[in-house]
Design a protein around this ligand. Sequence first.
Ligand SMILES: Cc1cc2nc3c(=O)[nH]c(=O)nc-3n(C[C@H](O)[C@H](O)[C@H](O)COP(=O)(O)OP(=O)(O)OC[C@H]3O[C@@H](n4cnc5c(N)ncnc54)[C@H](O)[C@@H]3O)c2cc1C
Length: 514
Amino acid sequence: MTDADVIIAGAGPAGLMAASELCLAGVRPLVLERQPGLREIPKASGFNGQIVELLRYRGLLDRVEAAAGRPVRPAPGAPFGDLYLDFSDLADPPIWAVPLPQARLEQLLSERAAELGADIRRGHEVTRVGQDDAAVTAEVRGPDGTSGLTARYLVGCDGAHSKVRDTAGIPFPGTTYPEVNRLAQVTLPDSVTRLDNGDLDVPGLGRLRTGFTRTDRGVFAFGSLGHGGLLVQTTEDELSGLSDDAPMTLAEFQASIRRVLGADLPLGEVTRLSRYGFQARQAERYRDGRILLAGDAAHQFPATGIGINTGLLDAVNLAWKLAAVVSGQAPSGLLNSYHDERHYAGARSMMQTQAQLALRRGTDPAAAALRELFGELLADEQPQRRLGSLIAATSIRYPMPGPGPHHPLAGTFAPNLTLRTGQGTTSVAELTHAARPVFLDLAGREDLLDAARGWQPRLDIHSAETDDRPADALLIRPDACVAWAAGAGEPAGTAAAGLHEALSRWLGAPRHSS
Ligand SMILES: Cc1cc2nc3c(=O)[nH]c(=O)nc-3n(C[C@H](O)[C@H](O)[C@H](O)COP(=O)(O)OP(=O)(O)OC[C@H]3O[C@@H](n4cnc5c(N)ncnc54)[C@H](O)[C@@H]3O)c2cc1C
């Protein structure tokens, strides 16, 4: 007998999302968080990408918008290295962004996980993990001293310096870069003039261009947050080994600006100060037996802005698979597909963030030429869309196992189709609120409906019509990934065989098999 089916170490965004998704799938996790209360030190100022759509699919976007104080919108642009991707001419920009500070996101996710029944214990630090064939053990330091807890599985969502990863012996290869970044959220005093195009006119310094300014001593950058606020950042090469956890002071930030720009920048009200370094690391394995990794514990990207998207998508991909294993219904290999899919997605993000770093770091004429060339390419729509979807992770297509060829939608995020049914109009987003697998019949294909019925009640079945039908039928996994699709008019025999194979692969044996 174990203390819990699943222990989650860490109540950051990834751990809390994993907890909610496990609860939706019928498993009540035990979440252990070393901090006694909710986060107070600021970290991310917002998030973006595919997870925004996933939150819509879970019916959570209203709460997120209420907490952010405004509707979710497409981002007008995005930094790329020290260049800027300008989406202002695109009718449908590729990145959706939510300006919700991380502390508020964690509060919202914590409330949701608790509502769904997760047991969240704060002030409990996991100091070591171990496992055997039957269970995983966590050594936990809590208010009453040190104790041991057992579970069938343990998910390390304990951030970049993960104890779970380290004590499980999972290698975390990669590079630590010497740059130190210092970031502040500020207003400007009257002595600094904001010009119409967003540039700054600073007494004693002259004009500062919006975006990145490279000097001999580092990089200075700023961007507007709306409502008169600015995000200001410096980047310098330092060998001082400063800890991400040691709070940054205003004096430290001002001294850094002075070093980089060679002069002072007068600041008004300062509402946030943080310091961080860049690492490019990815865990060699996202699964080691009964121990799994998600979020920053599994990956560290050398550019900000994508950590929350990636970590929450890890959690959503993992939770339903883990729940299926815990309930004894998982087909063989299901849990390994978590590593296959999310390690692949992480590697794509690593590729684009390292490319950004290469664009930022070089100081010789060849690097300047690379930046100039990239700057020209980024003026064109096709590269803007391609890089935008790479940053947002909306272009990820998980490699689908099994006999191909696969439908072009297989492995992608299910499109949010508007659906006309006998009961009225609905959408893919509404059908996925409960995080259950969905078979969506879009062409009245009795052959496929017959095959799908063998997996009820584990599978939700819906018939609907939609405009510009992308397939005759779709099998949508709980993480909103299209597991299989029938091409238009695909013959009954091959289509039903493909559906049978996909259902068996992702949901296990049909109801009546013995
Ligand atoms: C300055 C800065 C700005 C950023 N800006 C952005 C941004 O704008 N957008 C974006 O998407 N990302 C941004 N990021 C990255 C983002 O903050 C991370 O990717 C995100 O926090 C990762 O979430 P996580 O849940 O995986 O880990 P974390 O947020 O690190 O959470 C881990 C949790 O585990 C707890 N914990 C740690 N060890 C233990 C243990 N042994 N036992 C129990 N609990 C433990 C911690 O207290 C913490 O609560 C930024 C990061 C920094 C540093």
